[in-house]
Write a protein that binds this ligand. Structure first.
Ligand code: NAP
Ligand code: G4F
Length: 332
């Protein structure tokens, strides 16, 4: 039985990846911060909590990383942990560098010291491209323009240098935005779909957003975790862009989400300057040709299906509050 350690199990991608690996017969360990017990709801939501053995781990503490590796004895480590919110990285630039950047070197060096045969996946990001001209591919030059993107680029190069310097099987997936019903509510897609559901139910009458013209290549998290696994099953470690190849503005996301409940978005969305960033990435559009060719990977859920899935899940939450309270009570 193969063994995997997922670092960042309590985020959006962790439970989707855990579910995929459990279904493939893996023994799955989840590295999580003890302070984050409240975020375990995502594992319950996908009904995978019972299959994951949790291990306390913090990326700022190398001793905890070494101990987690010794305890789980993994064949594969997936690092999904990060301070991942771009907006907050402008306010917490040092913590972001410490966790999102340096934290990855702590994992790489722990692998080198304990068992260099462990395969490693690093969650790199399309944010590293900044305003480089679309479509962005593995050949596009990086132009990070936030503390988050700079920290991720440091981690990206560290992963590559441990691969080249020490021969580790270390890959980076350069993932474009991917979303789901368990996306953090601070990210724009979930903020919109939750807002649509609240408005439809009569609990709220407006959604306040920042830059409506930003363009993103949005896919479904459930599809993207499959690409992570595929990268670690190849003969050779490499880096891959994972994207849909289709881009939409935040405005278009609003339009689509409101149309799912028969409302006109223009009546309910307002711009509030406090949600504008000191620097934004304007146009992301990925070219996933290499992943299609070498990993035989392609996304299954399209933009409209993704928006509908998220709106329906948020509506259901407000329509069946008792079910969700029970789910919540089960894991506190
Ligand atoms: P997410 O929902 O923000 O989850 C981040 C995870 O990191 C959480 O489990 C969080 O745990 C954990 N974490 C934060 N600081 C930590 C620390 N000091 N030590 C240990 N764990 C810590 O992110 P996601 O959407 O699942 O994305 C997964 C990864 O892919 C992230 O690295 C993100 O930067 C990257 N990425 C995401 C996207 C996307 O569109 N989703 C695209 C490209 C790349 P707590 O519960 O304790 O906070
Ligand atoms: O949903 P967002 O916060 O995601 P962003 O900044 O693209 O970052 C996400 O995707 C990256 C991959 O490209 C990941 F690496 C990263 O960890 C994260 O998962 O914002 C998307 C766009 C931005 O242009 C933002 O300025 O939406 C714009 N936006 C407009 N109003 C807003 C809002 N974003 C947020 N979060 N909240 C708003 O009110």
């Amino acid at each position: 039985m193969k063994r995997a350690l997922i670092i960042g199990i309590t985020g959006q991608d962790g439970p989707y990846l855990a579910k995929l690996l459990v279904n493939k017969g893996y023994k799955v360990y989840g590295g999580y911060r003890r302070s984050s017990t409240r975020n375990l709801w995502r594992l319950h939501y996908l009904d995978v909590k019972k299959d994951v053995e949790l291990i306390s781990l913090d990326l700022i503490d190398q001793t905890s990383i070494m101990a987690a590796i010794k305890q789980s004895r993994p064949d594969e480590i997936y690092n999904l942990a990060a301070q991942s919110f771009v907006g907050v990285s402008f306010e917490e630039a040092i913590a972001t560098g410490e966790i999102t950047g340096l934290g990855v070197t702590r994992i790489l060096d722990s692998i080198r010291q304990t068992n260099p045969r462990i395969k490693f996946y690093q969650a790199s990001t399309s944010e590293m491209f900044g305003d480089a001209l679309p479509p962005q591919s593995e050949k596009t030059l990086f132009e990070p323009n936030s503390p988050y993107a700079a920290a991720k680029l440091y981690a990206h190069w560290a992963t590559k240098s441990y691969r080249q310097g020490y021969g580790l099987f270390a890959c980076s997936g350069i993932l474009f935005n991917h979303e789901s019903p368990i996306r953090g509510i601070e990210f724009v897609t979930r903020k919109i779909t939750d807002g649509v559901a609240r408005i439809k139910m009569g609990y709220s009458d407006k959604i306040y957003l920042g830059n409506l013209d930003a363009k993103r290549d949005w896919g479904f998290a459930g599809d993207y975790v499959e690409a992570m696994w595929l990268m670690l099953q190849q003969k050779k470690a490499d880096d891959y862009v994972i994207a849909t190849g289709e881009s939409h503005t935040v405005k278009e996301f609003c339009e689509e989400a409101f149309s799912c409940v028969g409302l006109n978005w223009q009546k309910y969305v307002e711009v509030d300057k406090k949600f504008l960033r000191p620097n934004d990435v304007h146009y992301l559009l990925g070219d996933p040709a290499k992943a299609k060719k070498e990993l035989n990977w392609q996304p299954k859920v399209n933009f409209k299906e993704l928006v509908k899935m998220m709106v329906e899940a948020d509506l259901e939450k407000y329509q069946n509050p008792l079910k969700h309270t029970r789910q919540f009570l089960k894991h506190i």
